[in-house]
Design a protein around this ligand. Structure first.
Ligand code: NDP
Ligand code: 13P
Length: 374
């Protein structure tokens, strides 16, 4: 046999299953199909799968955006996974275990699985890829994450994201054949530009924490504050991400990349973000039940404020902005009192790594909530 016959493949995956036909699952299916992949898209309800196949668009989640040929929707998970060479899971983070259980009897052995949802599992404190690795042993597990609003991605606006898998010894010898590189190549085309990373922890921490910080930005914006406040929250939010990533074995550099600072900037800058938007409505004084006109909307930062804070407390990582958001959302704390307390903490050094706490009485200023600040 010739040497070349032993070489692991570096070809793009020809057939990919996307599990979850919400806006982001549909957008990712669009990216993959546009670049020539055969895509099966799993929708929970048969009516939606039928509508997608019949109309060539997802009328519930991305109405008005024609889907490229090459996408076939199904509500039968075994059908979606049959023959798949790679799988993307794109359901809300809270449903991940349940989805893995449903996938387990049907997923071909050794097939790489990437999570494209963002969060940390409540209760266990596991990163989502760790949940998948536990539920689907024997599969390479990674993540796709970055600053990627679904609608813009589906419309092929220039968009960049990170594809992260831990690199095995074999992957280091043949990086082109690693699951990260093959999936990146499989998604690359049109306006979609993937980058490859082996720091899965850094990538996942960025995606989980940025949603919580975006709620903080929204709260302050809704309460009448403007650009200075947002820039401060984004910057200090990056610091919180760095500390958590590093404590979990990830790299601080990853946090300054697309899946950290990039996604945080996007999410904190636009009311297209559901997280920012929830914060804004709460900052304006809307009751939680009346936000989004009372409609159920996936707001990962709301669910994940609890899991981020549980994990951070357990491993001793200070995350004061996330603590504030969690206190307001889940512990009945008053929004204005909580942000006053956040802003008047004792003065610290920047960067926090210096661990200097000035021996100076905490400032006593009261933030001007309700005043016209724009
Ligand atoms: N939208 C975006 O721009 C981006 C989203 N993400 C992430 O993608 C993930 C999915 O979000 P997104 O697509 O936006 O959500 P959407 O609100 O667009 O859609 C929600 C999806 O979740 C499904 N769903 C709800 N409950 C369950 C359940 N119990 N079991 C299985 N499926 C369920 C819905 O199915 P059904 O229709 O049957 O209710 C639907 O497919 C989130 O983690 C989000 O943070 C990441 C990057 C960008
Ligand atoms: O993750 C996202 C963009 O990268 C989507 O953000 P929202 O869930 O806040 O809408």
């Amino acid at each position: 046999m010739k040497d070349s016959e032993h070489k692991p493949s570096s070809d793009p995956y020809s057939r990919v299953a996307v599990i979850g036909a919400g806006s982001w699952g549909t957008a990712l299916a669009t990216v993959l199909a546009r670049t020539g992949r055969d895509v099966t898209l799993w929708a929970r309800h048969p009516e939606l799968a039928e509508a997608i196949n019949l109309r060539g668009e997802n009328p519930d989640y991305l109405p008005g955006i024609p889907l490229p040929p090459g996408i076939r929707a199904t509500s039968v998970i075994g059908e979606a996974l049959a023959g798949a060479e790679a799988v993307l899971i794109v359901t809300p983070s809270s449903t991940l275990r349940e989805i893995c259980t449903a996938m387990s009897p049907h997923i071909p052995a050794g097939i790489p699985v990437a999570v494209a949802c963002k969060g940390i599992e409540r209760g266990t404190g596991l990163l989502l890829a760790e949940v998948v690795a536990e539920m689907l042993p024997g599969h390479p597990v990674g993540a796709v994450s970055g600053p990627t609003f679904a609608r813009e991605t589906a419309l092929d606006h220039p968009t960049a994201a990170t594809v992260a898998f831990p690199f095995s010894y074999a992957d280091r010898l043949e990086p082109q054949s690693s699951p990260a590189a093959r999936l990146a190549v499989s998604m690359s085309g049109g306006g979609f530009r993937p980058y490859v990373s082996d720091d899965l922890v850094g990538v996942e921490v960025g995606g989980a924490v940025k949603n919580v910080i975006a709620i903080a930005c929204g709260m302050m914006s809704g309460a009448g504050f403007a650009e200075n406040t947002r820039a401060a929250l984004i910057t200090r939010g990056i610091d919180e991400m760095k500390r958590l990533a590093e404590a979990l074995g990830g790299s601080r550099e990853t946090v300054t990349g697309l899946a950290g600072a990039g996604d945080l900037t996007l999410t904190c800058s636009s009311t297209t973000s559901r997280n920012m938007s929830l914060g804004t409505q709460l900052g304006q004084g809307t009751d939680r039940a009346d936000c989004f006109d009372g409609k159920p909307v996936v707001v990962e930062g709301e669910v994940n404020a609890v899991s981020v804070i549980d994990l951070a407390r357990r491993i001793g990582v200070p995350m004061p902005i996330c603590e504030t958001v969690n206190a307001v959302l889940h512990e009945g704390a008053d929004l204005q009192d909580s942000f006053n307390a956040l802003w008047t903490r004792p003065i610290e050094a920047e960067p926090r790594a210096l661990d200097i706490l000035l021996d100076h009485p905490a400032p006593t200023a009261t933030l001007g909530f309700g005043e016209t600040t724009r």
